[in-house]
Design a protein around this ligand. Structure first.
Ligand code: 21W
Length: 222
């Protein structure tokens, strides 16, 4: 999976290069190319934005500068995603679908936004990560890259994907490790029984119980 990220703040993506995603990059399962939009400004002061036509607060990223950054990475088979508060709210189904693409170009806005003409020209899909306001699209882009990368073949150990929350529409069952007794609280007996069928049944029951208690909305949609 190839990710090209178009951003004014490339340094924000450094922390993503650790842990599981870092390993996947090392193994060349993921290729993450961070492009600084500012490098494509031809202005002598490297200006990338300007005041909005019609007036109003803030600055708008220029269509011509964003287009030059895009032209430097564009490929016939790439899907272009614009991280935007007005986009479709990201969910696990979208994540799984996006993971089947081979090349994503992710455009991050900052300041008040991006000139609509470049959005109309290049963007295939607008994606939000939820109904709250951030300062830019960079953290949402990292959320998308992190969640999509987990589905790329070889990134996770195979059984971790099937078992987790949302893949069966339920929350996860509680988990325990040593010590067997912590501050007087013992691990549920059944988990020490070695009886795999009973353990599986208990976990399923706990999943349903947890979901009823914490996220009843997940059951209503099933
Ligand atoms: C916040 C951009 C507010 C634009 C008139 C028209 C990307 C995001 C973002 C941001 C505005 C995502 C305006 C959840 C988010 C993002 C920065 C409003 C002003 N005035 N998902 N437009 N939340 N946010 N623009 O904030 O870029 S995905």
């Amino acid at each position: 999976m190839k990710f090209d990220v178009l951003t004014l703040f490339p340094e924000m993506f450094e922390p993503l290069k650790t842990s599981i995603i870092g390993k996947a990059i090392e193994k060349k399962l993921i290729n993450m190319n961070i492009v600084n939009i500012r490098d494509f400004s031809e202005d002598k002061h490297k200006k990338v934005d300007d005041t909005p036509y019609g007036g109003g607060a803030g600055m708008i990223m220029r269509a011509d500068v964003v287009d030059k950054a895009y032209q430097s990475v564009k490929k016939e088979n790439a899907k272009v995603i614009y991280m935007s508060p007005q986009g479709k709210k990201l969910n696990q189904k979208m994540v799984e679908k996006l993971s089947k693409e081979s090349h994503l170009i992710i455009l991050c806005g900052h300041y008040e936004g991006i000139d609509q003409r470049i959005i109309d020209k290049i963007v295939d899909e607008e994606v939000s990560i939820g109904d709250y306001i951030l300062t830019g699209g960079e953290i949402p882009a990292m959320v998308l890259i992190d969640s999509v990368s987990r589905y790329v073949e070889g990134v996770l150990k195979q059984d971790s994907i099937q078992e987790e929350s949302f893949s069966n529409g339920l929350l996860e069952y509680p988990q325990y490790t040593r010590p067997e007794v912590f501050e007087g609280k013992a691990v549920p007996k059944i988990l020490l029984s070695g009886h795999h069928e009973n353990i599986a049944r208990w976990r399923k029951e706990k999943s349903i119980e947890m979901t009823k208690k914490k996220r009843p909305d997940l059951l209503e949609n099933n």
